[in-house]
Design a protein around this ligand. Structure first.
Ligand code: M6R
Length: 367
């Protein structure tokens, strides 16, 4: 069952490398630099040539995974992508037509709002590919095509391995479309898929660290609120980190785009506010670095997630959590593990019911 882990959530965090391998298996050909999802009804190469736009619909953690998929798919395939909260999408008058691909992203495949949003898109003529974890769930039965995230059963209410495998599917979708649309060549696809293939091993190494999280839990579990900052494809990870923390530890937390800090949240910063800053080496590193300076100047407490060996951030940080040096498009996959462990250890220290947090259901099948 829990296989010696104290909670399902911790077991599921540790399972991620294996589940990512499962999600890649049989779909990725590194040699050919390509991805094959198998046949999907009505979604042939000819139709993909006419594709104008992709719309993801999702809720909660799955919504954040979809936001990261947007960065990847637009970058690798140049197809415009919108990401919508299913509960918003279904109550307006969305612009959808026969050249739209709608992608409902959902662990359970049963979330009421996501299902309704998908049905609405289909009515308006869109084709659909459901990205789901639960086999034979309602969404998978109704969609034109299905891509399973092979995360295995997820018991913890707080989603972990479903999210990371959704990110993997996002990367695979990006390569798949990029190749079909002629934006990525074989070499380009190969480079991305090689980096993806290395993720399970890299992630496994990160999962050995424990002491530092216990140290943070000890020092930070009595605060009232956390601010999480990220930029680019790590902005959704900041939001996901904040969601994980509030769900299981009941500490208020807000995820913000780092560039927006000076437009409001900076007013919150004083010596009582821990700020988690995601700043691995990437194209916005220098920009996010200025956030470190601004928080420090106001005596905020900094928990910094940075690339291994980055000594420059140490001058500002109360704690540094390291991730290995990987390409930018892989960084969300590794930083989210840090977010999960941080939330888990704080909640565990507080003694909350980690796997069954109050007021929450695993699958939200009502509006
Ligand atoms: O099954 P789904 O992925 O459609 O569920 C969506 C959300 O309800 C879910 O991600 C929720 O936010 C989780 N409790 C997050 O940990």
């Amino acid at each position: 069952e829990k296989q010696g882990y104290k909670h399902f959530m911790l077991k599921e965090i540790h399972e991620q490398p294996e589940r990512i391998t499962d999600t890649l298996r049989g779909r990725v050909s590194v040699d050919r630099g390509d991805v094959d999802f198998g046949p999907m009804e009505g979604i042939e190469d000819g139709w993909l040539d006419t594709l104008e736009r992709i719309v993801f619909v999702a809720c909660g953690t799955s919504y954040y995974a979809a936001q990261i998929a947007k960065y990847i798919i637009e970058d690798f395939s140049r197809v415009p992508v919108d990401v919508e909260l299913a509960s918003e999408f279904r109550y307006r008058n969305p612009i959808i037509n026969e050249r739209t691909l709608c992608v409902p992203m959902s662990q359970s495949g049963e979330t009421a709002d996501t299902l309704a949003a998908m049905r609405l898109a289909m009515e308006l003529g869109a084709k659909t590919i459901a990205v789901c974890n639960v086999v034979e769930s309602t969404m998978t039965r109704e969609a034109d095509g299905v891509i399973y995230t092979h995360a295995g059963p997820e018991i913890g209410v707080a989603s972990t391995k479903a999210f990371s495998t959704q990110l993997v599917v996002g990367l695979m979708l990006g390569v798949w479309l990029g190749r079909r649309r002629g934006v990525l060549d074989e070499e380009g696809g190969r480079e991305i898929l090689e980096a993806l293939r290395d993720v399970p091993q890299t992630m496994s190494k990160m999962l050995h660290e424990k002491a530092i999280y216990k140290h943070i839990a000890y020092n930070f579990s009595d605060v009232n609120s956390f601010l999480y900052l990220g930029r680019g494809n790590l902005y959704p990870i900041a939001a996901e980190g904040a969601l994980k923390l509030k769900e299981i530890s009941y500490i208020h937390a807000e995820g913000y785009a780092a560039g927006e800090m000076k437009h409001g949240p900076i007013a919150l910063i004083d010596e009582s506010l821990p700020v988690v800053v995601l700043i691995p080496k990437n194209r916005v590193y220098e920009k996010v670095f200025s956030n470190l300076e601004e928080v420090k100047a106001r005596q905020g407490r900094l928990i910094v997630v940075a690339t291994e060996g980055d000594d420059d951030v140490r001058e500002f940080a109360d704690v540094v959590l390291e991730i290995p040096d990987v390409p930018e498009y892989i960084q969300p996959l590794l930083t989210v593990v840090v977010m999960q462990l941080l939330a888990y250890h704080i909640a565990d220290f507080k003694g909350t019911d980690v796997d069954q947090p109050r007021n929450l259901a695993k699958s939200v099948t009502v509006e």
